[in-house]
Design a protein around this ligand. Structure first.
Ligand SMILES: [Mg+2]
Length: 238
């Protein structure tokens, strides 16, 4: 554990989800593979699709709606609908196809096994301060057993622009009725989590997953208050 700024008393903790409370990379990789397989089998016209094909439709939407990245679920749905439309589906059937893809996506996206140790840590923390989740992603903590620890979950696109924008940080403080400087945000990303939280007036805990060196990170703009490499270190802080 390293300290970079003096910590003030902590009355609540907000958590990033992906790659902070579970390894998201393997889940997303598996999900993308399963979604591609589903699309290929959906219609013989799609049998040769690759990840690049799907990216192309995502880029079409991004060009039309540059701010769509704040809502990655809607972005995925719109990309799918556009893809079906491009291959001759009626608007109604394109919507149905996009819905079918999202059902498949949602299933695989939430196949997340939370380590027992993480449950133990959250159980201890929740007895001390209120906990909240703030995510740019579309995981559903209620599906994989984490929702019980959080007073509420804020999601980009629904509850504001994505991190590092201050929208969800400010909303969390308002809903908790706790001043931002008494809230500690914990996350693995130096920009979305650390910079976002500090710009919102919160304290920031950087969860350094892979033993990275803070000063070597070229996109480091703001130092966190504290750096940890294991979630259990939070029990010493709270
Ligand atoms: Mg993360």
């Amino acid at each position: 554990m390293h300290f970079y700024r003096p910590l003030s008393p902590i009355k609540a903790v907000t958590f990033d989800l992906d790659d902070t409370l579970y390894d998201n990379h393997s889940i997303i990789n598996k999900t993308e593979k399963e979604v591609l397989r589903f699309i290929r089998e959906y219609d013989p016209q799609f049998s040769n699709f690759t990840t690049e094909t799907l990216s192309m439709f995502r880029n079409i939407i991004k060009k039309k709606q540059p701010c769509i990245y704040h809502n990655i679920t809607l972005w995925r749905w719109l990309s799918s609908k556009t893809m079906f439309g491009h291959y001759g589906y009626s608007s109604k059937n394109a919507k149905k196809g996009a819905d079918d893809i999202m059902v498949h996506f949602t299933y695989w996206r939430n196949q997340i096994n939370i380590p027992l140790s993480t449950h133990e840590i959250l159980k201890k923390l929740v007895g001390k301060v209120p906990l909240v989740a703030i995510t740019n992603g579309n995981a559903q903590p209620e599906v994989f057993g984490l929702a019980r620890y959080f007073q509420f979950v804020l999601k980009a696109g629904i509850d504001g622009r994505s991190k590092p924008y201050c929208d969800m940080y400010q909303l969390a403080a308002k809903k908790l009725d706790i001043e931002p400087q008494a809230i500690l945000h914990v996350g693995d990303n130096l920009v979305t989590d650390v910079k976002g939280a500090i710009n919102s007036g919160m304290q920031a805990c950087w969860f350094n997953l892979n033993n990275k060196t803070l000063i070597q990170k070229t996109n480091t703009y703001l130092l966190p208050h504290v750096e940890i490499s294991q979630l259990s270190s939070l029990l010493l802080l709270i």
